[in-house]
Design a protein around this ligand. Structure first.
Ligand SMILES: [Zn+2]
Length: 393
């Protein structure tokens, strides 16, 4: 038994201040408010306790990637994020030739067998070149059930999410095929109208990949994928709330429109997360990071981003982020989202989307002892996963 007491403990029912948590082996044994009546092993005074984060969309970090490199490098990327509070994560791949995706999915399935990652997210290859962001248009394909099945087979049950553009021919068949076998379909990197997006949701799509980024902007007469995805209650909506990908007003509007239980915070981090500015790789694309902002090195004009000046257009599209999910959560709190809502969006809701709600995602008895101790600025100071300190207090 390990008792932690005296801090602010963020639970699904609200913030216990002061609160305590008792850990028994790998699990949370009990959670309570006030003082537990015995001397705690860990004094939480001045600290917050949040559930370990669940990052559904992450490509790499700490100089290493899931999208290229060896399995040791993939391991290094997962360990980097774990040590910063993401105790559960998917490994996200980007568009690449199918044979390469097969090889990477097979390699990452091994890491999922070990429990290092919770599965795979295929962000591609069935995406729209018009909304490619930092993805390589040369390897984008029209949706094809046979290709989907090949990728699913090599992932050996670990493929959890596929992001696709529903306006492409064959998309509805892939959505139906994926839904039938329990793979979550996310709408993203898409130029779809609202009507086409609604048809995708009717066919089984239930998630939005980085809402607003890589999709048609919300227009009052053509609300596009953004409007349709926010409008449908069965859709969970990812946002990259790093202060770079979205304006804080956009973040607050999305949080209000999606409401508690539908907003998901993701990092969309690439290898450059936690690393100095410089040149990095995202799949086959070259990315340069300046001032913590990752952009494509070369980017022959993409459609409509009114926020980009001519100079910015020459700089290239924003690529993945350089943030951890803890950075994103801290930014969301600074932007005005309530702490319990941020804990829900960074842990509870993504755990539910991944079918892991009975194992992790909240500070609740019976769940895995996955937790983060943060200072008053919400910087992680200690991380526990399955009852073991990854970073000791
Ligand atoms: Zn991504």
């Amino acid at each position: 038994m390990l008792l932690l007491a005296g801090g602010r403990v963020v639970t699904p029912g609200g913030v216990l201040s002061p609160g305590w948590i008792r850990v028994a082996g790998r699990l949370i044994d009990a959670v309570g408010s006030g003082h537990p009546g015995e001397q705690p092993a860990v004094d939480l005074r001045g600290q917050w306790v949040l559930p370990g984060f669940v990052d559904m969309h992450v490509h790499g970090g700490g100089g290493a990637s899931f999208t290229e490199g060896t399995s040791d490098e993939a391991r290094q990327a997962a360990q980097f994020h774990r040590g910063r509070g993401s105790t559960t994560m998917l490994a996200s791949l980007v568009t690449a030739p199918v044979a390469e995706l097969e090889a990477r999915a097979a390699m990452l399935a091994g890491l999922a067998d070990e429990g290092l990652i919770a599965g795979l997210h295929l962000e591609g290859p069935f995406l729209s070149p018009a909304r490619r962001g930092a993805q390589d248009p040369r390897h984008m394909l029209v949706p094809d059930v046979a290709v989907f099945e090949r990728l699913r087979a090599v992932a050996r049950g670990h493929l959890r999410i596929i992001t696709l553009a529903p306006e492409l021919p064959g998309a509805i068949q892939v959505i139906e095929a994926a839904t039938r076998v329990g793979v979550t379909v996310a709408v993203g990197h898409t130029d779809a109208t609202a009507d086409v997006t609604l048809a995708a949701v009717d066919a089984g799509a239930t998630h939005a990949t980085h809402l607003f980024n890589g999709m048609r902007p919300l227009h009052h007469r053509e609300p596009g994928a953004v409007g349709a995805l926010l409008d449908r209650d069965e859709v969970t909506c990812e946002v990259i709330a790093d202060g770079v990908h979205l304006h804080d007003i956009t973040l607050r509007l999305a949080a209000r429109a999606a409401g508690l239980g539908r907003l998901v915070l993701v990092s969309d981090a690439m290898a450059a997360a936690g690393m100095p500015d410089g040149r990095y790789q995202l799949g086959s694309m070259q990315v340069t990071v300046a001032g913590g902002v990752a952009r494509l090195l070369e980017d022959p004009g993409q459609v409509g981003d009114p926020a980009r000046s001519d100079a910015a257009a020459r700089e290239g599209a924003i690529a993945g982020s350089t943030a951890t999910l803890a950075d994103v959560a801290r930014h969301a709190i600074a932007a005005g989202l309530p702490v319990p809502d941020v804990a829900a969006a960074a842990s509870t809701t993504p755990a539910r989307v991944l079918g892991l709600a009975d194992r992790t995602g909240a500070l609740r008895p019976g769940l895995s002892a996955d937790l983060i101790l943060c200072d008053d600025d919400f910087r992680p100071r200690a991380v526990m996963r399955q009852g073991q300190w990854l970073v000791a207090p």
